[in-house]
Design a protein around this ligand. Structure first.
Ligand SMILES: C[C@H](O)[C@H](O)[C@H]1CNC2=NC(N)=NC(=O)C2=N1
Length: 97
C-alpha cells in the first residue's frame, strides 16, 4: 500500500513540479501536464518510452493523445491521491520528453 503525500510534502512537490509545467488537475489530488511534439510519431515514441518506465515502476499514467499532443495525469489510485510514486514517474517523464 502506498501512502499519500503529507500536506507539507505535497506543497513542496507542487512547487517544484509546477516549474516544469505540471499543474493540479482541477479539484482532484492529481497532477497533469501536456507535452507537445513535432508530430504523431514523436508523440507516440514518447508514450512508448514512458510505458516501459511505467511498467518498470509498476505505476501507470492516465493519458490521452491527439496527434502531436500528449496529456498525462498522475495520481495513485491505491492511495486515493498523490504519492511519492507520482513524483518519481513525473521526474522520469520529464527526462524522457
Ligand atoms: C497491482 C498493481 O501493482 C497496482 O494496481 C498498481 C498498478 N499501477 C498503478 N498506477 C497508478 N497510477 N496508481 C496505482 O494505484 C497503481 N497501482
Amino acid at each position: 500500500m502506498t501512502d499519500k503525500l503529507t500536506g507539507t510534502e505535497r506543497e513542496a512537490v507542487l512547487e517544484r513540479l509546477s516549474q516544469h509545467g505540471w499543474d493540479l488537475d482541477g479539484d482532484r489530488d492529481a497532477i497533469t501536464r501536456t507535452f507537445k511534439f513535432k508530430d504523431f510519431n514523436a508523440a507516440f515514441g514518447f508514450m512508448a518510452r514512458v510505458a516501459l518506465w511505467a511498467e518498470k515502476l509498476d505505476h501507470h499514467p492516465e493519458w490521452s493523445n491527439v496527434y502531436n499532443r500528449v496529456t498525462v495525469t498522475l495520481t495513485t489510485h491505491d492511495a486515493g491521491g498523490l504519492s511519492a510514486k507520482d513524483v518519481t514517474l513525473a521526474d522520469h517523464i520529464d527526462a524522457l520528453a
